[in-house]
Ligand binder design. Sequence first.
Ligand code: PLP
Length: 230
Amino acid sequence: MKNTVQGLDHPHSLAGYFQYHKELEDKISAFFHRPPGSTIVYTTGYTSNSASLLCLLKKEDIAIVDMAVHSSVYEGLMGGTMQRFLHNDIEALEHKLAINKDSYRTKMVIIDGVYSQDGDIAKLKEILELCRHYGAVLLVDDAHGIGVIGKTGRGALEYFDLLSQKDVIITGTFSKTFANVGGYLVADPQLISYLLFQSRQYAFSAAATPAICGVTRAIELVDEEPQWQI
Ligand SMILES: Cc1ncc(COP(=O)(O)O)c(C=O)c1O
């Protein structure tokens, strides 16, 4: 297996960055119809949320979160400005966006695609429209939707025909559909590049072991064996 795919341009070159890491990142990017460089792989789904949010949002920013998001999101927002809105309630979200319209540098709305407690699906279309209207970034944790819903198993965004909306940040886990351990965040390559170097839990922690190759194959199986989807 060949090492140094990106040499010292990649922080994990210190911890071992191999061809199989790059293959997995590219596979995930392509799965979501994004260009190469659109994915960062974390060692858990938990840190895909907590570590990335800790790195992305600072004191000038605000996170507006559905009250039913996973605890990993809440952990990433500790110490920052966070407001919750009633679960999947569009009016409540609009109210939060409107009152915070001019007060923060970045406004990030955080939701699940499919919610873990009740299995209900986010009102993604209306939420994305509101985000655009109020200039907020949307992050969708689709740990429970990927491989399960959407015409080809791409999750909640595909379910609502929004997969082409490349400004949406997606997070997910390998511990559900993909039967492994780890997680990922998919976003604009510039944002990914920032996380690769600035997200401490990524840069100063071990890289995934070759066991992760099982995920690369599992992603192919989503297309090869669609009968497992609901
Ligand atoms: C919605 C959601 N996000 C993130 C996670 C964290 O995933 P992981 O088990 O890979 O840490 C979970 C785990 O159950 C989850 O339900």
